[in-house]
Write a protein that binds this ligand. Sequence first.
Ligand SMILES: Cc1cc2nc3c(=O)[nH]c(=O)nc-3n(C[C@H](O)[C@H](O)[C@H](O)COP(=O)(O)OP(=O)(O)OC[C@H]3O[C@@H](n4cnc5c(N)ncnc54)[C@H](O)[C@@H]3O)c2cc1C
Length: 384
Amino acid sequence: MIRDPESFQVFLNETRRWVKEVAIPAEDCVEADDQIPEDLVGQMRELGFFGWSIPEQFGGAGLTTEELVLAAMELSQCATAFRARVGTNTGIGSEALVADGTEEQKARYLPLLASGEVTGCFALTEPEAGSQATALRTRAVRDGDEYVVNGSKCFITNAPIAGLFTVMARTDPEDLSAKGISAFIVEGDTPGLSVGRPYKKMGQAGSPVSEVYFQDCRVPAANLIGGVEGKGFVTAMKVLNKQRLHLSALCTGPAMRMRDEALAHALQRQQFGQPIAEFQLVQAMIADIQTEIHAARALILETARKRDKGEDVKLEASMCKYFASEMCGRVADKAVQIFGGAGYVADYSCIERLYRDARLFRLYEGTSQIHQLNIAKLTLSAAS
Ligand SMILES: Cc1cc2nc3c(=O)[nH]c(=O)nc-3n(C[C@H](O)[C@H](O)[C@H](O)COP(=O)(O)OP(=O)(O)OC[C@H]3O[C@@H](n4cnc5c(N)ncnc54)[C@H](O)[C@@H]3O)c2cc1C
């Protein structure tokens, strides 16, 4: 649902302009320095990027799902680091509070996340709990008005720069199922919380990811999200359900960028006396790229509209994430092919970097295999 098409178009144009005129020209510097220049982070704050999905009453833009995915497709057409910088605030790092936080928790933390004053992150994954997230071992033991948290998390996006951590921890040691898990908001300066050094990664330079450690970390009981133990995994799944749709849009933007780069190259690069775009075998790759992007966009927009109507989109959201992330991988591969050697050499094109950035999409927030299993399970249960 788009609430006011005219003003929404102005907002999309503004985002597109910033991506083209500010972010894309800064990509090489982000790659070289492995960080986004602070003045550009400031611009993203001023433009309201951090609060897109946070309700207006807490300082965000309160975008509907359809508006959010359309905006995400624009912002993700520059290096992934830019949208990852804001993406934990306007996504997994705030959504647990939006979905299940108490009124006090929302009022205290959401404005800080919406303005970008504080960076959020979402800490679910652990060394022994990846695809099997319910196997997490981080413990939170109640002690008076506090919980004492011990354990560690790995692969947490924005942890090195985060001021607010959404943390999944086991509150019931007897219950090893999802029901033994609770969600907490932990402030970054809480004694006993520390983060590791940012990992060296295959791609997405400028997006810091690290481990998080809890050693007798005392968290106020008031920071138990929703105020009820044992609801953490349900909260996490709510977060990931909406986020799957959001992420599928964030996989489509890079594919659109790579299409545009590949088209420009195919029209300009001459071989055998003509632009390579005139060769039918190159055209076949262009046709596949264009068709795949169109299919992903259509699937995502249809699902977003369904969600805005309040319908259950568990199945569709999983299909969106699976299809869009795999689609982006296929588009990235074809874009390298259209560029030829220049697609492999960073000195000659941005495609080499975009190809590496895209590889993560099939791994996080549910690997493709986990989504295949989920899609099959939901399809089979509807049929039986
Ligand atoms: C850069 C980066 C950023 C991340 N950011 C975050 C974050 O902010 N917060 C967070 O909590 N996590 C984050 N993650 C973690 C990410 O969500 C996990 O890496 C992902 O869920 C996969 O878990 P795993 O790496 O342990 O792989 P594993 O679960 O060990 O999977 C390895 C392989 O086995 C397959 N596999 C596993 N189980 C099955 C099965 N039942 N059937 C078939 N195949 C299976 C997988 O599909 C995969 O191919 C991030 C990861 C990375 C790399």
